[in-house]
Design a protein around this ligand. Structure first.
Ligand SMILES: [Zn+2]
Length: 318
């Protein structure tokens, strides 16, 4: 009896060890996610010429910015930009719906199956993103001034040599990122600038998605967005600047990462020069459309294997 029990326990232990070894091996190769979004399956829409005179695109990501929580938050800047510009509150992120994987799709224009950045922390040994060009690299090839200002160390993967005139991780908080971005806007009037606000994600993990603390973090991030809008006005470039505000993922309870509407649904809002006024976007928007839209607006040719398509319906096209 005891001997056969020992045998069973022994066999079970080996099974557990094998499972753990497999898991670690797959983690080591960055393949720990069972559900990874493949290439885009939407019909390719005809792409018109972009609106004339766009010289600057500023992408702002509210980390964990779930539309249903934004709806409850005092965010006068974002909401006025959405109301007077063009918006959808039903854009979609990719799987896995986590920060580094999703931002890589947002800023490379391709699905995770192509960019293969399938981990979610700063891994110095992996170095900068090398599987596909980033939007910054494409913009830089087009002769533009580029910047990436983020609140989390994992964004160091975007710092590909020769592609960014400014790369900063000033602090975790939105206020510090916005202040750094405002300085860069004043000094260089960038062609393509990405600014990341961590606070809503941090509060979501600590206190829950939709918690009062997360609502406050969204309000703080909205104030930071106001700093960016003011910096653009002060630099005298408002008439040639387009803003795109979005998020990498939503969330539920204290987490995110699943293929469920709570985690997958993100806002996609655009405001500024050439944007349709009071326009509700109905074309389906996926996060990799952000890179496609930014580059299209700036007159840069999109690589043939992009999954993203410009959200052209949101603009007064020629
Ligand atoms: Zn995130």
């Amino acid at each position: 009896m005891t001997r056969s029990l020992n045998k069973i326990v022994g066999a079970l232990s080996i099974a557990v060890l094998v499972a753990m070894a497999t898991l670690f091996a797959s983690c080591a190769h960055g393949q720990q996610y069972a559900d990874v979004s493949g290439p885009d399956t939407r019909t390719k829409l005809a792409v018109p010429a972009p609106p004339a005179g766009i010289k600057h695109v500023i992408i702002v990501s509210f980390d964990g910015g779930k539309p249903a929580v934004i709806d409850q938050a005092p965010m006068p800047v974002l909401k006025s930009m959405a109301e007077s510009g063009a918006a959808t509150w039903n854009a979609q992120t990719i799987m896995p719906s986590i920060t580094l994987v999703a931002h890589t799709s947002m800023l490379t224009g391709v699905a995770p199956s192509k960019h293969k950045i399938l981990w979610n922390e700063w891994k110095p040994e992996r170095g900068p993103i090398a599987t596909v060009p980033t939007a910054f690299a494409l913009a830089k090839q087009g002769g533009l001034v580029t910047g990436c200002i983020a609140g989390k160390e994992k964004f160091k993967h975007f710092n590909v040599p020769g592609t960014l005139d400014d790369f900063e991780i000033p602090d975790y908080h939105a206020a510090a990122c916005a202040a750094a971005a405002a300085r860069f806007i004043a000094a260089r009037k960038p062609g393509l600038l990405f600014v990341h606000f961590s606070d809503p994600d941090g509060a979501g993990h600590a206190f829950g998605w939709g918690s009062p603390q997360q609502i406050q973090a969204l309000a703080d991030s909205d104030e930071a967005l106001g700093v960016l809008r003011d910096a653009v006005a002060k630099a005298g470039i408002a008439k040639s600047t387009v803003f795109i505000m979005s998020a990498d993922h939503g969330g539920h309870d204290h987490t995110h990462g699943l293929r469920i509407p709570d985690d997958m649904t993100i806002p996609w809002i655009t405001y500024g020069a050439g944007v349709r006024k009071h326009f509700s976007i109905t074309q389906p928007v996926v996060t990799y459309d952000t890179a496609a839209t930014a580059l299209w607006l700036l007159g840069i040719k999109l690589p043939a294997d992009f999954d993203g398509q410009p959200v052209a319906s949101a603009y007064v096209t020629r």
